[in-house]
Design a protein around this ligand. Structure first.
Ligand SMILES: Nc1ncnc2c1ncn2[C@@H]1O[C@H](COP(=O)(O)OP(=O)(O)O)[C@@H](O)[C@H]1O
Ligand SMILES: [Mg+2]
Length: 365
């Protein structure tokens, strides 16, 4: 799949801009603060209905304007797909081929992209929330029903947390918790199952990729950390586990058990990557996670997703960069790469270069 044409109106620092992308490699070159990441953000917004950088969409509107509009034409399995999104405060419209979508889950996953930026190091460095988000993002792209599932689950967690903080009468509290727990078990089990299965899929690809790019002797392994050593066991003991911790939850006034507490453990050479891998190794591990994500999408959709690389090329050493570029060129993968200085070695027949300067983009001949 690939993006052909992108139109932005009053989005971030773009007043009105049209970009015609090509298949192959598209380089966006410009010094800092010119609007390269804003383009990647616009594409991501069109694909996911959200920005990965901010919570409030108002920030995406060009200063002193009241709304923004994005439109792009994509090619998916030899057909054109039109995605549009319009936003003004308190009004958001998302359309696929001119038809409005009521729910995010109707929209997400129509076109897929894998996005990689230096901030993705957080997947390894930061807490479990980052890793759950990484997993949930992949799952949502391929199984959009995961989105309402997560929303419902998290809403019940919030309600149960309020109950645990407010209700003083033990018997009343206990009976109400039991009602919430029933729903948490039903929704939570589905979330655990989805995450476990996708972890297995990622696991299949990431270690071979790591061996190929970095070192044949090293190993990389992912484990979904929940209650239980196998998926069957986890789902089997979850209901019992949740009810056994009830008194503890009442004591601590917080929901202690369930997939909102789970983690994706990333193991490198039999040790925790977070604790023992070097900065460079961690960067390599994240790259492999992203490339594994590409492969999973290929298997599911029959086409590679669009690859968006924001400022990451300069961070990789020459050897790894070479590998990444070979990987990109080895089969049809449209790639959009941002960088501050044009590096001549990247230019081949399949490369299109754009210059980004103060919110305008010009194709470089
Ligand atoms: N809502 C907005 N309206 C106008 N300009 C914005 C808005 N949000 C960010 N900017 C500007 O966009 C620029 C940053 O763009 P970005 O794409 O992150 O740059 P880079 O080329 O370094 O990736 C900054 O100059 C910032 O002031
Ligand atoms: Mg940037």
């Amino acid at each position: 799949m690939y993006i052909k044409d992108l139109h932005l109106k009053n989005f971030r620092n773009y007043r009105e801009q049209n970009i015609k992308f090509k298949q192959g490699i598209n380089l966006l070159i410009g010094s800092n603060g010119q609007g390269k990441t804003n383009i990647i953000e616009a594409i991501n917004y069109l694909l996911t209905g959200k920005s990965y950088r901010i919570k409030q969409e108002d920030e995406l509107i060009l200063w002193e304007k009241n709304s923004f509009y994005l439109k792009a034409i994509f090619n998916v399995v030899d057909r054109d797909i039109n995605l549009e999104s319009y936003y003004e405060p308190r009004k958001k419209v998302m359309k696929i081929n001119q038809l409005s979508c009521k729910k995010l889950s109707d929209y997400v996953g129509t076109v897929n992209a894998v996005f990689f930026s230096p901030d993705d190091l957080d997947i390894i460095k930061k807490g479990p929330q980052e890793r759950r988000r990484f997993l949930d993002h992949i799952i949502s792209q391929l199984r959009p029903s995961h989105i309402p599932l997560l929303n419902s689950y998290l809403r019940i967690i919030r309600q149960k947390n309020i109950l645990l903080k407010k209700e003083k009468n033990y018997n009343l509290l206990k009976s109400q918790i039991e009602v919430w727990n029933e729903q948490l078990i039903s929704l939570g089990s589905k979330i655990i199952k989805n995450r476990w299965e996708f972890t297995d899929q990622l696991n299949e690809y990431c270690c071979p990729i790591f061996n190929q790019i970095f070192s044949p002797e090293s190993n990389m392994e992912l484990t979904y950390m929940t209650t239980g050593k196998t998926l069957e066991e986890a789902l089997d003991i979850f209901p019992d586990y949740i009810s056994r911790r009830m008194n503890q939850e009442i004591e601590r006034k917080a929901v202690l058990v369930g997939p909102h507490r789970d983690d994706l453990q990333i193991i490198f050479n039999n040790k925790s990557a977070k604790l023992f891998a070097s900065q460079g190794q961690q960067r390599a591990l994240v790259l492999c996670l992203k490339l594994a994500e590409m492969e999973i999408i290929l298997v599911d959709k029959g086409e590679y997703p669009i690859l968006l690389l924001d400022d990451v090329l300069s961070e990789l050493d020459i050897y790894r960069r070479q590998y990444l570029m070979n990987y990109i060129r080895s089969s049809q993968k449209q790639t959009i790469i941002t960088m501050t200085d044009l590096e001549e070695e990247l230019i081949t027949d399949d490369t299109t270069t754009f210059e980004v300067y103060q919110g305008t983009i010009r194709r470089k001949e």
